[in-house]
Every structure is written in structure tokens, then in C-alpha cells.
Design a protein. Structure first.
Length: 201
């Protein structure tokens, strides 16, 4: 994965940022993105696409990523904004904000997926980038841990929906809870309409 990133290095490209988002699919909560820059020589054993790691593995890797990174950042776009501009645009917006929050400007940005966003720095979308690029994979871990922790905190205020367990995703228990209790103030209304769950909202 590190070799993939380093293949983009040139005399003019020394600092590469990876950026990824987490939370496109859930019925509630924000979409969260992270961006991270490493030195070309830095590598962390075990970094991989966050979906391929357990929660414990992600939590163990996070402090190592934060310690090794030259710069990293996190950004969230709310459920209301998702409803306003759609999840694709919200995901791209959160990634753009995360990149803009980096304290050091990279020379190149590798983006997970097949879409890009406007930026003064060159961007390259990488399909399945979180399984190819070290920086994108590290960003996916930062974003996943940040969003999971947020949903666990929100679970204390909305315990009926079991967000501490499902993180807002459309599990059977989550869908049943919405049918029983209706939608909360943090649910994505456009997502609920798509699965016809708003009868009691």
C-alpha cells in the first residue's frame, strides 16, 4: 500500500494526502471524512481498509496513525445537509472540508472512489482506494473511529435506536425501532422515505 502511494512521488510531489469518507449508508447521523499526510518513509503495520479491520484493531491503530502523521483532520456533514444536497454531494463536501483543514498543504490528494471535488491541489480519485493506498486506508480508519465514537455518544440520548451497536446503519433492529418510535431528529429523512419508514414519523 505504501508503494502505491510512493509511485506518485516526483520532484514536485513529496507530500501526498489520502482522504476517505465513512457513513454514506446509515439512516441517521452525519457523513464523516478524514484526510491524512505521511512522510514518504513512514509506514504502520496493519493499516488497511477500515471495513477489513475489527473495531479493536482500528482503535489500536488510531494513536499510531495520529502519532506518525505529518497532519490529519476530520470533518462531518450533518444529516440535514445530507437531506438538502444528497449523500454523494455531502460526502464530497465532507472530504473537501477535511482536506482544507489540514495544517500543511499537500502536493497531491488521493481520493477514495470515482468522484472528485474542486481543489487548488491536484486530486486523483482511486476506485477501491482504501484497499490500495496507505494514506487513504489510514484516513478511512480515522473517519470510521470518529464516526463510531460519535454515534456511541448519541446513543446515550437516543437509546431506542441502538446506535451504539448499529452506528445508524439499517439493521433489522434499527428499522424496527423506527417503526415503533418514529424517526428521531437525527435521522436522514430522505433515506427513510426511500425505505418507506416515515409512517409514524
Amino acid at each position: 500500500m505504501k508503494n502505491f502511494d510512493n509511485s506518485f512521488l516526483t520532484d514536485n510531489i513529496r507530500l501526498i494526502a489520502g482522504v476517505d469518507e465513512v457513513g454514506r449508508g446509515p439512516l441517521a447521523g452525519p457523513v464523516v471524512s478524514a484526510s491524512v499526510i505521511f512522510s514518504p518513509d513512514d509506514y504502520i503495520e496493519g493499516v488497511n481498509d477500515s471495513k477489513q479491520l475489527s473495531e479493536r484493531e482500528r482503535e489500536q491503530l488510531l494513536p499510531q496513525i495520529m502519532d506518525k502523521a505529518i497532519s490529519y483532520s476530520v470533518a462531518a456533514v450533518s444529516h440535514t445537509k445530507i437531506d438538502q444536497i444528497n449523500i454523494l454531494q455531502a460526502s464530497l463536501l465532507s472530504m473537501k472540508i477535511a482536506v482544507n483543514r489540514l495544517q500543511i498543504q499537500p502536493h497531491l490528494i488521493l481520493i477514495d472512489g470515482n468522484k472528485s471535488f474542486q481543489c487548488s491541489v491536484k486530486t486523483i480519485p482511486i476506485v477501491k482506494g482504501d484497499s490500495k493506498s496507505f494514506a487513504i486506508a489510514a484516513a478511512s480508519i480515522i473517519a470510521k473511529v470518529a464516526r463510531d465514537r460519535l454515534m456511541k455518544r448519541l446513543d446515550r440520548h437516543f437509546p431506542n435506536y441502538l446506535w451504539g451497536k448499529n452506528k445508524g446503519y439499517a439493521t433489522k433492529e434499527h428499522i424496527e425501532a423506527i417503526r415503533i418510535y418514529g424517526a428521531s431528529s437525527l435521522h436522514r429523512r430522505t433515506f427513510l422515505k426511500n425505505i418507506a419508514l416515515l409512517e409514524k414519523a
